[in-house]
Design a protein around this ligand. Structure first.
Ligand code: CAA
Length: 283
């Protein structure tokens, strides 16, 4: 198993993937960030660059350019996975797509590399079926924005070895995170099983006419101590992400109140901050 990481691979350069790549590069690792088009990678680099500028201004990193120089962008999955010591997958929450990534990673990486998923909801044991040595597959779930949020859930699947869990725990510490090991490999793990209950009550309050979106958000900050309102957080995370994560959990037996508003927002592509409109509008 990996003991020293020389190469850290991130598959998927969206909201979570680019943030994870940034965190790893800040900690001094050489990072390969892979996605399917040059445009997605360009966009990811711009976002990382913006974030690193903020950190540099605040003296939280020494040099933005130095960190950026450790991030290698590639559309070639083989290049990203060849001789890697550690891969974390952060593609869309769809087992058909994740299974392809893991099958390919199984074929292209060395047997010693750890293969992690940043899935928010899909049990690791289900993902591990696509890899011959399931003991090297593990969940490593970051929260948005990865560069700021300290928590990382480390999820142990049925076959994940203790050694893999230990290595990933140490890695999370090296990235400056506060990891929690989740031994129950259930849909949504720990945080999303709580968060989705909160979201469904918030939605039910609004849909049943008992409260407005603004009132729910105001009270969640002022009284409940949330850093942002419940609906604002969904705009921030992306209403597509929330919808697909909810669906993935529901398909695996986690029953929730069916929130019509969430579905309508997803279908009308009002996805929150990224699309300029969600529950609120953004300039
Ligand atoms: N990189 C660098 N700096 C950043 C940044 C980033 N990615 N994001 C925000 N900042 C900076 C801002 O620019 C701002 O800096 P200035 O004061 O210099 O302008 C500073 O951080 C504070 O940000 P804001 O003023 O915008 O707002 P804030 O004080 O509310 O902090 C927040 C932002 C850290 C996101 C905070 O609101 C928060 O913790 N929100 C909750 C986030 C959360 O719960 N995430 C988990 C979602 S669930 C998930 O991700 C997983 C899943 O499974 C779906």
């Amino acid at each position: 198993m990996m003991s020293m990481i020389r190469k850290f691979t991130v598959i998927g350069a969206g909201t979570m993937g680019h943030g994870i790549a940034e965190v790893a590069a800040i900690s001094g690792l050489e990072v390969w960030l892979n996605d399917v088009t040059e445009d997605i990678l360009k966009n990811a680099k711009e976002k990382i660059s913006w974030s690193l500028s903020k950190l540099e201004e605040k003296g939280q990193i020494k040099s933005k350019d130095e960190v950026l120089s450790r991030i290698h962008l590639t559309t070639d999955q083989e290049e990203a996975l060849k001789d890697t010591d550690f891969m974390v997958e952060a593609v869309i929450e769809d087992i058909n797509i994740k299974s392809k990534v893991f099958s390919k990673a199984d074929a292209l990486s060395s047997d010693n590399a750890i293969l992690a998923s940043n899935t928010s909801s899909i049990p690791i044991s289900e993902i591990a079926k696509y890899v011959k040595k399931g003991e090297r597959v593990v969940g490593m779930h970051f929260f948005n924005p990865p560069v700021i949020m300290p928590l990382v859930e480390i999820i142990k699947g049925e076959k994940t070895s203790e050694e893999t869990v230990k290595e990933v725990y140490n890695l999370a510490k090296r990235l400056g995170k506060d990891p929690v090991v989740v031994n129950k490999d259930v849909p949504g793990f720990l945080v999303n099983r709580i968060l989705f209950r909160v979201n469904e009550v918030a939605c039910w309050l609004v849909e049943s006419g008992k409260a407005s979106i603004e009132d729910v958000d105001y009270t969640s900050i002022t009284d409940l101590g949330f850093p942002m309102g419940i609906f604002l957080l969904q705009d921030y995370t992306g209403l597509d992400v929330g919808y697909l994560v909810g669906k993935a959990m529901e398909e695996r037996g986690f029953k929730t109140y069916e929130c019509k508003m969430f579905e309508e927002k997803f279908k009308s592509k009002e996805l929150g901050v990224k699309s300029g409109k969600g529950f609120y509008t953004y300039p």
